[in-house]
Design a binder for this molecule. Sequence first.
Ligand code: AMP
Length: 399
Amino acid sequence: MNKLTIKDVDLKNKKVIMRVDFNVPIKNGMITDDTRIKAALPTIKYAVDEGAKVILLSHLGRPDGEKDPQYSLKPVAERLKELINVPVYFVDETRGEKVERAVSQLKNGEILVIENTRFEKGETKNDPDLAKYWAGLADIHVNDAFGTAHRAHASNVGIAKYIPSVAGFLMEKEIKFLSAANENPQKPYVVVLGGAKVSDKIDVINNLLNKADRILIGGAMMFTFLKALGKKVGSSKVEEDKLDVAKTILENAKAKKVEIVLPIDTVAAQKIEAGAEKKIFKINEGIPEGWMGLDIGPETIRLFSEKLSDAKTVFWNGPMGVFEIDDFAEGTKKIAEAIVNVTKKGCISIVGGGDSAAAAEKFSLAEEFSHVSTGGGASLEFLEGKELPGIASISVKKN
Ligand code: AMP
């Protein structure tokens, strides 16, 4: 990696302003899942142990530039206090005298959490005055929030104009794994795509046609491809305005000798509901009107598992079916297991955030992959081959 990391800089006696991802789910003031806080601990602890004064910045939810108490980071600061053995202070402001006083009182190895960055209108607009203000509080910026790397905001990108920005451990791991898949993947490189819409994945598929050996397509997006091939898909979800795009993708794949593998059967129902009557239809025989394909079928599970069995690199984004409902979760679970199996044989497997990461969690498999990305949107944009502003802004290593 050609980016500076937190290990490349001297942190002793330094004020470090660190952008972390504390965007945790909160219900009635209680944190319902603290995974993201725990995930940020290694970088925070490292800075503390090195003798830095640590100022933490994060967004939480979408308060849209308003001070909205339901999105306060106070409960997060309290949870952090329980998880780390050093003083953690919290200021209920994002700038001003209170913040400055708290920063000036910080001792080496202590932590200050300031209020939700998105209480500031300028945060998502990457306002230079706001960025300059936050930069003025510290000597070094640490960027450990990969989930926002596809956005140029003041707290991740703007600050880096005024003080050096280095990657934290989470960010470093994301860049390493995603670059490995994008730059020189071990072959065969097999990509598994699913989820709701083809339209979200067009750019990533087009880029992957230059890199992958095989692309397996499940989820609702499979029906747009199957319909483009003239199959009867019944009442399954189809993006009618993307049929031509799907056709072009299939033609380009042929020209580039990338194998696109589409499902051969599907588990269908008449309603998206737990306990609804289910039937398996073979794609070649067609799905009758009134029935919707909601998962890949057992023959497809076998086919996809076989197509994964010799992979040396796997990228997985998007569930194979409506995995939130157990009746339609089998395909996603079995494909996740097939990826885990090949990982055990030395394949590098990357799960691309969002719903796929949630599915991996649901099946208690998250620990079994080489890497589960923390950023759904960011990991997709990375694999689209785009330069992410929140990575571009991190200082480059000089030789
Ligand atoms: P995405 O955000 O694009 O990854 O889409 C994920 C969503 O797609 C999940 O909420 C799934 O329930 C949904 N999904 C997956 N397969 C199907 C399907 N066959 N029909 C309808 N929705 C689906």
